[in-house]
Design a protein around this ligand. Structure first.
Ligand code: SF4
Ligand code: SF4
Length: 192
């Protein structure tokens, strides 16, 4: 099931047709999943893997992911300041620069971005995007006088055994093309 929700009425092109914004098209790791024809942006939900990279890139919040609550996620960071696509979000690129700043401030400590899975991920092309956003967020945190930082680490945190079994049986049905969807197979209590 596709989790991406797109509200074109929020896109900057609705207000300013000639805007040069095409960040969603540029960041999307799947060819043809998000397209821009003339000024109009649209999503091909059959191709989209619900990674959320467009959610984290769009400056006008035109995209969201059904079933993913970033505020609820941030509340858990005080207990475990770790963000991982095998534990608590579809892809690290789902977060915007502002989200990363908020995560660190709310968490009250350094927050680790586990990029250990990126090199084995078929949408691992997003690693550069993740590094860039973390750098920008840390710059803002420094300017705000916040001591804590977002830290990139190759931890490769493992999912719990129960969820890993669900992930394997899920992937058996779909093959490699569905790798970007694995987070949704891991969501506690999620029906696929
Ligand atoms: S969720 Fe991922 S695959 Fe789908 S349109 Fe956005 S960036 Fe592309
Ligand atoms: S990133 Fe957002 S504002 Fe920019 S073109 Fe895409 S939907 Fe529109």
């Amino acid at each position: 099931m596709n989790r991406l929700r797109f509200n074109f009425s929020e896109c900057v092109h609705v207000y300013y047709k000639d805007s040069s914004c095409n960040l969603c098209v540029k960041v999307c790791p799947v060819e043809g999943a998000v397209i821009q024809k003339d000024y109009r942006v649209s999503v091909n939900s059959k191709k989209c893997v619900s990674c959320g990279a467009c959610v984290g890139a769009c400056p006008s919040e035109a995209f969201s992911l059904s079933g993913f609550d970033v505020d609820a996620l941030f509340k858990t960071l005080k207990e475990e300041p770790l963000l991982s696509c095998k534990k608590n979000l579809p892809c690290l690129s789902t977060l915007s620069v502002e989200d990363i700043v908020t995560a660190v401030i709310n968490g009250g400590s350094d927050v680790v971005f586990d990029t250990g899975q990126c090199k084995d991920c078929f949408i691992g092309t997003l690693l550069e995007e993740i590094n860039k956003k973390v750098d920008e967020a840390n710059y803002i945190l420094e300017k705000l006088g916040v001591e804590n930082r977002a830290i990139i680490e190759d931890l490769k945190a493992a999912p719990e055994e129960k969820t890993e079994n669900r992930r394997r049986s899920f992937l058996k049905n779909f093959g490699k093309a569905a790798a970007g969807l694995t987070f949704w197979a891991l969501m506690p209590g999620f029906l696929l």
